[in-house]
Design a protein around this ligand. Structure first.
Ligand code: FAQ
Length: 309
């Protein structure tokens, strides 16, 4: 059991784990609550762009796969709210922070999904980016977060494959289907690149979170890894990455790439515009419609306690 700063520093230095009943610096606790809660919010808001396609999936098989995927995202939210609760705040409090826009969720979910190809692009690129960012989080110094990430990453891998498979079917289909896949790639490429967060020169938390073993790689390092992995996949699909500055750099052993629209990123992070307003509105509706479930669960728990007493 860790009781003070000195013991905490030694555990971090030895790359071992901090658990919920250990002593930890206030700022370490605060940054974890911020990051894990934002991550949880992203998972449940992230159900919306694809959830909107469950009733319109092109076949029963696609519909059952998509339903399973969207349910997985709800499960990820559940594990992550659970991990955040081990640090102090309770779930109702955290949801309230999301609903009142006092805590953020990922910028990526403030984009629309107008065609079935968007479901493919989200699985391929957004889940692909999520895996790049989240596999290192399995080694996060905070035990409950790291352990939650192990299962989440396994499920994200299936999500990424199903997305790529949708893109492949479309890319090998009619000219119209291929064009649909290309348009979805055009819509989701830059938002996926920005999903890794601001450039390292502007990241507020990179340095401290790396020193604490929360983050293992910087935003720019992960962004580069994602681009290096995704460009050859786009080539397999026969699609064009919408970046005229994209070029293999032999000297660096990496792709060079263009600059995303960081002003747009700021607007999406702040939740400005109609799409973010719709995301929160839809979330609130779902929350309010679920009130009877929470009440029933509470009544059942009270009865169990009473019966056990
Ligand atoms: N969107 O100093 P940094 C998924 C904020 S889950 C919104 O670099 P940090 C699954 C950042 O919070 C996707 N805000 O921050 C799925 C900070 O804000 P604050 C979510 C962003 O924490 C797939 C400020 O900017 N994944 O996709 C974003 O060191 C498909 C300064 O930034 C996670 O949450 C952004 N993109 O690094 C579901 C993973 N980027 O509060 C459905 C865990 C940055 O100080 C369908 N989180 N900000 O004002 C992380 O790894 C990190 O928190 C980063 C940001 C990398 C997101």
């Amino acid at each position: 059991m860790i009781r003070n700063q000195e013991q905490f520093d030694a555990v971090i230095k030895a790359d071992q784990r901090i658990e919920s009943d250990d002593w930890m610096p206030d700022d370490y606790r605060k940054t974890l609550i911020r990051q894990i809660a934002q991550h949880a919010h992203s998972e449940i808001i992230g159900m919306q762009p694809e959830g909107a396609w469950i009733t319109r999936a092109p076949s029963l098989r696609r519909k059952s796969i998509l339903t399973a995927k969207v349910q997985d995202e709800a499960g990820h939210g559940l594990y992550l709210y659970g991990a955040t609760e081990t640090l102090g705040p309770d779930r109702a409090e955290l949801l309230d922070l999301l609903h009142t826009k006092k805590q953020k969720y990922s910028s990526i979910f403030n984009y629309p999904s107008p065609t079935w190809a968007d479901v493919g692009a989200i699985g391929w690129l957004v889940d692909g980016a999520a895996i790049m960012n989240q596999v290192p989080l399995c080694r996060c110094s905070y035990g409950p977060y790291g352990r939650a990430m192990v299962r989440i990453c396994k499920e994200e891998s299936f999500h990424q494959r199903q997305g790529f498979q949708i893109m492949l079917s479309l890319a090998e289909g009619t000219n119209e289907q291929k064009a649909m896949a290309q348009e979805a790639l055009n819509r989701w490429w830059w938002p996926s690149i920005m999903m890794f967060g601001p450039p390292d020169t502007e990241s507020v938390h990179n340095a401290r979170n790396m020193a604490w073993g929360i983050k293992r790689y910087t935003n720019d390092e992960l962004r580069q890894t994602f681009i290096d992995a995704s460009v050859p996949q786009a080539e397999v699909l026969g699609l064009t990455v919408p970046d005229p500055d994209l070029n293999w750099n032999d000297e660096r052993g990496h792709y060079d790439f263009g600059d995303p629209d960081w002003d747009e990123f700021t607007r999406m992070v702040r939740g400005e515009g109609e799409m973010p307003a719709e995301r929160i509105r839809t979330r609130l509706e779902a929350h309010n419609e679920g009130a009877w479930v929470r009440e029933a669960a509470e009544a059942y728990a009270t009865k169990q306690q009473r019966d056990a007493a």
